[in-house]
Design a protein around this ligand. Structure first.
Ligand code: DG2
Length: 248
């Protein structure tokens, strides 16, 4: 008996296109991003892997990606659960900054430390910033605990309780679960699933809009480490592009 889990990073967002650090800023999908999401749904249909329940963050790039993919797969009717614990990593004071300019200003070592180190968060975002989520009614349940910055470890720490309390319950009930989320919230989950070390997770990148399917055994350990991208060739090229973001 195995379980099926589908991970889907949202399609290209307006700030992915502009090469800006996004984090908790709620940006829309581009037309290309919407097409990627729809294609993701078609890939699921072709593979015969149809979700029974969908989890998303509270950010519209993930929500709309899920809607478009499910519409393409004729599964718009399935139950949906949204939680801030699936949100993108809060990018702190980098939110809204250009990745290439940040690389040029601070150098590659600092840039990669902020982007990919496991436990070094970027500088905190000021509450007065236009890109702050302090006071946003969508996060009223967090009170003053809205993040001002996060490293990947922080994301894992806030994601895992929800994974245990909700998502794994649906998986163990035999439901095919779709998680539509973000580059770094999904990196945190993949680190947990595949037991990737704090050091090695720096090299893992997730492309937009291509479903990543995991078969999990009874202990929720992946049958195949790393899972399977439904379009492996497109995924390989897109992973390379994410890894090199900011460098050209
Ligand atoms: C990107 C990830 O998040 O950026 O916040 O800029 O998946 O929501 O577009 P997403 C962001 P990198 O960590 O890959 O630079």
């Amino acid at each position: 008996m195995t379980y099926t889990l589908i991970l889907l990073r949202h399609g290209q967002s307006e700030w992915n296109e502009k090469n800006l650090f996004t984090g908790w800023v709620d940006v829309a999908l581009t037309e290309k991003g919407r097409e990627e999401a729809t294609r993701g749904g078609h890939l699921l249909t072709e593979a015969g892997i149809l979700p029974d329940i969908v989890y998303t963050s509270r950010q519209k790039r993930a929500i709309i990606t899920a809607n478009l993919a499910l519409e393409a797969a004729d599964r718009s009717w399935i139950d949906v659960k949204r939680n801030w614990r699936l949100n993108e990593r809060h990018y702190g004071a980098l939110q809204g900054k250009d990745k290439a300019q940040t690389l040029a200003e601070f150098g590659e070592e600092q840039f990669m430390e902020w982007r990919r180190s496991y436990d070094t968060p970027p500088p905190a975002l000021e509450d007065s910033s236009e890109y702050s989520q302090v006071g946003d009614p969508r996060y009223a349940d967090l009170g003053d605990d809205v993040p001002r910055t996060e490293c990947l470890k922080d994301v894992l720490d806030r994601f895992l309780p929800y994974w245990e309390s909700d998502i794994t319950v649906d998986i163990r009930a035999g439901k095919t679960v779709l998680i539509a989320a973000h580059g770094n919230s999904l990196r945190a989950l993949v680190k947990h699933l595949d037991g990737i070390s704090d050091k090695d997770i720096a090299a893992l990148n997730i492309p937009t809009g291509i479903p990543l399917v995991y078969e999990l055994d009874e202990d929720l350990v992946p049958v195949k480490a790393g899972g399977t991208y439904l379009d492996a060739d497109a995924a390989a090229a897109a992973i390379e592009a994410v890894a090199n973001q900011g460098k050209h």
